[in-house]
Ligand binder design. Structure first.
Ligand code: 8YV
Length: 329
C-alpha cells in the first residue's frame, strides 16, 4: 500500500520530520518564508494531512480546493487561522497544541509585565544611546508590581498560570473576567475575584489579555475600554494583536491616559504599525510567548503525534473539533 501523503508546510525540528517521514510520504516546505495561499493550495493537492503553524490560513475556499485533506494539525494553541466550522462540515479533523506551552507563555507574559511596569526597554535604550548621565530621585521611576491588582482578561490555562505567578510570586490581588466563571475551588486556590469586564478595566493596575481571538473578541480593548482604565495602569497583550485597537492604544499611550503597554502580538504581524515604534512607554516583542527550545520541541512533537494518530487509526491527543464522518465517495 502506498504511504499516505502529507504536507509539512513550515520548518519543523529534524526529529519531527524523521517521525513523519517514517510513516508518510512527506512534502516538506523548508523555506524561511511561509507558503502563499496559492502555493499552499497547489502543494496540498492529493495530500490527506497537513502540519501548519499559526501563520498558514485554512479557509473554506482552500478546503474546497483540496478535497483529499482529512487532518489539519497546527503547532499552536490558537486556531483563529483555521476555519474550524468549515473543517467540521467537511469532515476534516483539526488539532492544536494546548498545555505544553502554558507555563512558558505565562513566563513571557509576566516578563513583559515586569519590563513594562519597570520601564526596562526605555532604560536599555537610554543606556545604549549614552543618555545615562546621572542619578535623580525619579529617574526611570516606574509602576509597582508586587501587591498591586493583576487583572486577567480570559482565564483559561495561561490566564490561570499568570494568576499563580501573580499571587504566589508577587503577592498580587488577582481579578479576572472570562466568558464563564471558574469553579469556586479554583477561584479560592488562585485567590481570584470574578469581575465584570467594566470593573476589571477600572480596577486593574496591570491588565493582561489572554483571551482567544474571534470575531467576538476583535478590538475587545479599544477607545471606550482604555478610557475606563487607570491612568497609572499597564496593558499587556500576549493573545492576538486583533484583540486590541492599536490606533486607540497608541493615542492612549501618547496622551498618558494609561501609563504603558507591553505587546507580544500585533494585528498585522510581522508588520508593526509605525506609530507603536515611536512611543517610549511601550515594550515590544516579536510574538515569542512560546519561544523556548523545550516548549517549541514539545509543540512540534505534539503536532506530529496528532497527525500520526489521526491518520493511522488512532485517537489524536488534542483535537479541536469532532468532525462529522466524511461521506464515502
Ligand atoms: C506560536 C501561538 O508562536 O500557540 C500559539 O497560538 O501564538 C504561538 O505559540 C505560533 O502560533 C506558532 O505556530
Amino acid at each position: 500500500m502506498d504511504a499516505l501523503k502529507v504536507l509539512v508546510a513550515r520548518r519543523a525540528p529534524t526529529a519531527v520530520l524523521e517521525r513523519l517521514s517514517a510513516r508518510f510520504d512527506v512534502d516538506y516546505h523548508d523555506g524561511e518564508a511561509p507558503l502563499t495561499a496559492d502555493e499552499l493550495r497547489a502543494r496540498l493537492q492529493g495530500r490527506v494531512g497537513v502540519y501548519i503553524t499559526g501563520t498558514e490560513r485554512i479557509t473554506a475556499e482552500l478546503l474546497d480546493a483540496c478535497p483529499d485533506l482529512r487532518v489539519v494539525s497546527t503547532m499552536s494553541v490558537g486556531y483563529n487561522h483555521i476555519d474550524v466550522p468549515a473543517c467540521t462540515a467537511r469532515g476534516v479533523l483539526v488539532t492544536n497544541t494546548p498545555d505544553v506551552l502554558t507555563e512558558t507563555t505565562a513566563d513571557l507574559g509576566f516578563a513583559l509585565l515586569m519590563a513594562t511596569a519597570r520601564r526596562m526597554s526605555e532604560g536599555e535604550r537610554l543606556l545604549r544611546d549614552g543618555g545615562w548621565k546621572s542619578w535623580s530621585w525619579d529617574f526611570l521611576a516606574g509602576s509597582e508590581v508586587h501587591g498591586t491588582t493583576l487583572g486577567i482578561l480570559g482565564m483559561g490555562r495561561i490566564g490561570q498560570a499568570l494568576a499563580r505567578r501573580g499571587r504566589f510570586g508577587f503577592n498580587m490581588n488577582i481579578a479576572y473576567h472570562n466568558r464563564s466563571r471558574l469553579p469556586a475551588d479554583v477561584e479560592a486556590e488562585l485567590g481570584a475575584r470574578y469581575l465584570s469586564k467594566e470593573d476589571l478595566l477600572k480596577q486593574a493596575d496591570h491588565l493582561v489579555l489572554v483571551l482567544p481571538y474571534s470575531a467576538a473578541s476583535h478590538h475587545a480593548v479599544g477607545g471606550p475600554e482604555l478610557a475606563l482604565m487607570k491612568p497609572t495602569a499597564t496593558l499587556i497583550n500576549i493573545a492576538r494583536g486583533g484583540i486590541v485597537d492599536e490606533d486607540a492604544l497608541a493615542a492612549a499611550l501618547r496622551d498618558k491616559r494609561i501609563a504603558a503597554a507591553g505587546l507580544d502580538v500585533f494585528e498585522g504581524e510581522p508588520k508593526v504599525k509605525p506609530v507603536l515604534l515611536t512611543l517610549p512607554n511601550i515594550v515590544l516583542t516579536p510574538h515569542i510567548g512560546s519561544a523556548t527550545m523545550p516548549t517549541r520541541l514539545a509543540m512540534a512533537g505534539l503536532a506530529a503525534d496528532n497527525l500520526l494518530a489521526a491518520l493511522t487509526g488512532g485517537v489524536a491527543p488534542t483535537p479541536v473539533n469532532v468532525p462529522v464522518q466524511r461521506q464515502a465517495a
